[in-house]
Design a protein around this ligand. Structure first.
Ligand SMILES: NC(=O)c1ccc[n+]([C@@H]2O[C@H](COP(=O)([O-])OP(=O)(O)OC[C@H]3O[C@@H](n4cnc5c(N)ncnc54)[C@H](OP(=O)(O)O)[C@@H]3O)[C@@H](O)[C@H]2O)c1
Length: 288
């Protein structure tokens, strides 16, 4: 039984059709929020929307978009902006790990496209809606794997060397750099932005889109060392709703509390350079 009341609040969440996003969407809807589901698969999206309504939640708005393509990110943002709704909570959750290096039709490495460039472009495009909601919160779902990242800004398509955790951990470090740099740029506004590590949760991540024996074996090992999917919403839900986080921005949240970042995530020069590269790559700029 939740004590959080989100009635009258609009929440846009990406990747609500599986794992952590699905659990978080259900929890937020259960607390009274109006959900905007941004998903690539219409059938899975409809299924989650139905689950929300069956559990007594408000009928969600569904926006269908493959977030690996910036053109679709732009369309998704436009679709939300056209509703005219203020946006109280933006949860950038969609993510993937790819066993093989995949380049999108727009020339981006797919993991970086979905996990970093999409949230970057979506967030900046949705700023007008976030500004219209009092004390809006942006949450970027990152991972503690940021700590092993090597982010080479001169090779963001991982042409030189590819292993699945390469772009994944780099994208998750990028989520934190983006969070910290955006918080700096939003200083003086009442919008906050924080990065959230949801914990090690057994979901479809790295399995759903990577069929094969190796992945199955890895999946069965992973299942033994991770928490059940039903635990995955806890930290994102906490970050989105905890009253004590009012005004807290540019921080890292793990295990339902503020957590320390390793020095690699506190570096300002790569964060600023990544911002410039991201503006150039996405064609979306922070309003001056
Ligand atoms: N699981 C963990 O232990 C863990 C740990 C740290 C951080 N995280 C982070 O948590 C977030 C959610 O991951 P999860 O574990 O819940 O994985 P998941 O079960 O695989 O869910 C990923 C979600 O992202 C969506 N998605 C993937 N590619 C997309 C695309 N091109 N366009 C639109 N949506 C796309 C998926 O849609 P489909 O349903 O259509 O595939 C799904 O809804 C990710 O950002 C991940 O990095 C997870």
């Amino acid at each position: 039984m939740t004590t959080v009341d989100l009635k009258g609040k609009n929440v846009l969440i990406t990747g609500p059709t599986s794992g952590i996003g699905r659990g978080t969407a259900l929890a937020l809807a259960n607390a009274g929020a109006k959900l905007v589901l941004v998903a690539r698969n219409p059938d899975k999206c409809e299924q989650v929307a139905r689950e929300i309504v069956d559990a007594g939640g408000e009928t969600p708005i569904s926006i269908i978009a493959d977030l690996s393509l910036l053109s679709k990110v732009e369309r998704a943002a436009d679709e939300f902006l056209a509703t005219g709704l203020p946006l109280h909570i933006l949860m950038n959750n969609a993510g993937l790990i790819n066993q093989r290096r995949t380049i999108t039709s727009e020339g981006l490495e797919q993991t970086m496209a979905v996990n970093h460039f999409a949230p970057f472009a979506l967030t900046l495009r949705l700023l007008p809606s976030l500004k219209r909601a009092p004390s809006a919160r942006i949450l970027n779902i990152t991972s503690n794997s940021y700590a092993i990242a090597r982010l080479n800004l001169d090779d963001l398509t991982f042409k030189r060397f590819y292993w699945p955790m390469g772009p994944y951990s780099a994208s998750k470090l990028s989520n934190i750099y983006f969070t910290r740099e955006l918080a700096r740029r939003l200083e003086g506004s009442d919008i906050t932005v924080n990065a959230v590590h949801p914990g090690l949760i057994f979901t479809n991540l790295g399995i759903g889109n990577n069929p094969g024996l190796a992945q199955k074996v890895l999946g069965s090992i992973w299942s033994k060392f991770s928490l059940h999917e039903s635990e995955g919403h806890r930290s994102p839900f906490y970050a989105a709703t905890a009253p004590e986080l009012e005004g807290v921005t540019g921080k890292y949240i793990a295990d339902c509390q503020l957590a320390e970042l390793k020095p690699i995530a506190l570096r300002e020069t790569p964060a600023r350079r990544l911002w410039e590269v991201s503006e150039t790559t996405t064609g979306v700029r922070f309003p001056t």
